[in-house]
Design a protein around this ligand. Structure first.
Ligand code: TYM
Length: 338
């Protein structure tokens, strides 16, 4: 079945400011790995239309889009190998998003935990865009007939909904047109937790800057945040079962494993029995050695915004070459007169 589709990866990140170590390990680093396997066409997007589901300052949105593009490239995305662009420059996303608004059901959207979390108690005052967010996300993926979508754990439910939308569209119109996409949620760092509270996701919206590592942090800040990260008084266990009730310890071990392209088992084989007093400096050194070059390269790229804009325009052209025929076929299936 799947062989009818080109193996193609799509994923997106919101340009709403402040990339964290969670975005890097849960998403960007894995995007680079998938690009470099050579097994897929890879399409990566700054989802600016998603970002405006909550109000964004216009100048900040432009800056954050360029900074995110710089972050992708500094992390290892090659705009020649991958298609790299911002969503609003490929209008087919929004066009297919509208079609999917008519396929998806209100009840499906209401069950989304991110909607419930973001809209909170005041859902009547949330934007209609925020409610329909997952439907546009399905369009992002399916406008490329993407077969694989690497994301962090927090996007799992949205990807299940993407599959439901593809299946319902295919059933409603009696076609086998949209692929049922595979989420790729793999590796040690699909859910990087706060450095201050091992039960909370590391997030750019956490009020405490000490809870996260930002991709723009310098070496001193990275080392300090890891040194101050919450831990427990025990030594590290020698196997992963020993991390079961120790969320902060588990988080630091997972971060180490992901940064080192290793596994938690291998990290514990090396550090099991040692105290955090020994482990944290090793983790700090590793994090600085991997992240400081990214942050330096990001600021270098940000010195030439015209070059970034050129890359995004070129990426959008390449994106449209795939997206336009898929939209045209969708309209034909639905019966739109062309
Ligand atoms: P966004 O912008 O919130 O996050 C981008 C990516 O980073 C991952 N991530 C994490 N991974 C591990 N640990 C964390 N603490 C952490 N925080 C963030 C997210 O899982 C995500 O993969 N809805 C998406 C953007 C989107 C998209 C798409 C993704 C729009 N269209 C189509 C995939 C396919 C979002 O808000 O991601």
């Amino acid at each position: 079945m799947a062989s009818q589709y080109t193996p193609r990866v799509f994923s997106g990140i919101q340009p709403s400011g402040g990339l964290t170590l969670g975005n890097y390990l849960g998403a960007m680093k894995r995007f680079v790995d998938m690009q470099n396997t050579g097994d897929f066409e890879t399409v990566y997007c700054m989802v600016d239309l998603h970002a405006i589901t909550v109000w964004q300052d216009p100048q900040a949105l432009s800056r954050n889009t360029r900074e995110l593009c710089a972050g992708f490239i500094a992390s290892g995305i090659d705009p020649e190998k991958s298609i790299l662009f911002n969503q609003s420059q490929v209008p087919e996303h929004a066009q297919l998003g509208w079609v999917f608004n008519c396929v998806a059901r209100m009840g499906w959207m209401q069950r989304m935990t991110q909607w419930k979390d973001k809209a909170g108690k005041n859902s009547q005052n949330a934007s209609l865009g925020l409610f329909g967010y997952p439907s546009l996300m399905a369009a992002d993926i399916l406008i490329y007939h993407a077969t694989h979508v690497p994301v962090g754990e927090d996007q799992k439910q949205h990807l299940e909904l993407t599959r439901d939308i593809a299946i319902k569209f295919n059933n409603d119109y009696g076609v086998d047109f949209f692929p049922v996409t595979e989420p790729v949620i793999e590796g040690a760092a699909t859910r990087v937790m706060s450095l201050r509270d091992g039960s909370k996701k590391m997030s750019k919206s956490d009020p405490s800057d000490m809870s996260r590592i930002n991709l723009t942090d310098d070496a001193d800040a990275i080392a300090k945040k890891i040194k101050k990260a919450k831990t427990d008084p025990e030594a590290l266990p020698s196997d992963v079962d020993g991390l079961a009730d120790r969320p902060e310890a588990r988080n630091l071990v997972n971060i180490y494993a992901a940064l080192a392209d290793s596994t938690p088992e291998a990290v514990l084989a090396e550090f099991g029995g040692q105290q955090f007093g020994a482990f944290k400096p090793a983790l700090g050194d590793l994090a600085v050695s991997k992240l400081a070059p990214i942050s330096a390269e990001m600021s270098r790229l940000m010195d030439d915004p015209a070059e970034i804009d050129k890359i995004l325009r070129r990426g959008a052209e390449r994106g449209r070459e795939i997206a336009a025929p898929i939209l045209a076929k969708t309209y034909e299936i639905i019966g739109m007169v062309r």
